[in-house]
Write a protein that binds this ligand. Sequence first.
Ligand code: FDA
Length: 303
Amino acid sequence: MEMITRNFFLFLSQNQFIKNRATKWGPKLGAKQVIAGESIREAMETAAKLNEDGLVCTVDHLGEFVYNREEAIESADYCIRTLEAMDEAGVNCNLSLKLTQLGLDVDVNLCRDNMVRILETAKKFNNFVRIDMEDYTHLQPTLDLLADLRKQYDNVGTAIQAYLFRAEKDVRSLEGVNLRLIKGAYKESPTVAHQRTEDIDRNYMNIIKTHLLSGSYAAVATHDHNIIAEVKKFAEENNIPRDQFEFQMLYGFRSELQKEIAAEGYKMRVYIPFGEDWYGYFMRRLAERPQNVTFALRGFFSK
Ligand code: FDA
């Protein structure tokens, strides 16, 4: 049943027809509880509030699969404006983005130029940019572009998905890079990815340990309290300093736990999505956890 629900929401996340009609009822469906409004200003206000609670942030201007050069350039301009706004607002916050937004599928050189503009801006503000990991078809192009960019910039990292068989090999090849480690959110083929929860969780702990033991910085992005407890224990037993890792969770999910982790003295970063193009993001969150439907329905009835 869980698999059917997951596939259903993943199907919806990619359905352009439904997407075009969803914008109207999206906020009512609970999207507003997990998306920090549509404008940069709203995202900055949310980041400032979370900072007050001892949490640091990363913001992501929602938008995926850009199909032409103009859209890709516009998207990069928006990322630059967001970095400028962070500096102006004085928030403790970095930037997350997706390479398809910046034209990865249109022209890899254009995407590279866009990233260079963004990284130059981030460097000016002493800030960091995280490249989210998308579906498997974009994995190698993302890693290739990252390797290229890292010849010039050290304020950029990416995310590695534990459901992929190749995750450990990728983590080892990215020693020294600030990596977000995640279970993985897309529907991938059994030829490339673990399908069973136990296998994904085992590989997740495996790549976290591998990255930490190599002395590299890890952002452990999960809402899974068992994984979080295991990471804390592992770090203590292996003398991994607390400034070598952070925890990350999505805005609106397990907010109390986020504050508890921060109060214990760990760095806790909240991923704040914002923007008009919230649909794919919202559907993937529903696919991950059927209970999120209840969460969404609560939002529907609360206003
Ligand atoms: P999972 O969903 O496997 O849940 C494990 C257990 O944790 C549950 O059984 C339950 O006990 C508990 N739990 C989870 N959510 C809960 C909730 N809301 N309330 C109460 N209990 C809960 N993916 C990707 O492919 N590319 C990317 O770049 C990113 N980036 C990213 C950034 C950040 C900050 C996060 C947190 C996640 C991502 N992801 C991602 C998504 C990630 O890959 C993954 O799909 C989701 O985080 C869901 O997996 P979890 O590890 O959170 O726990």
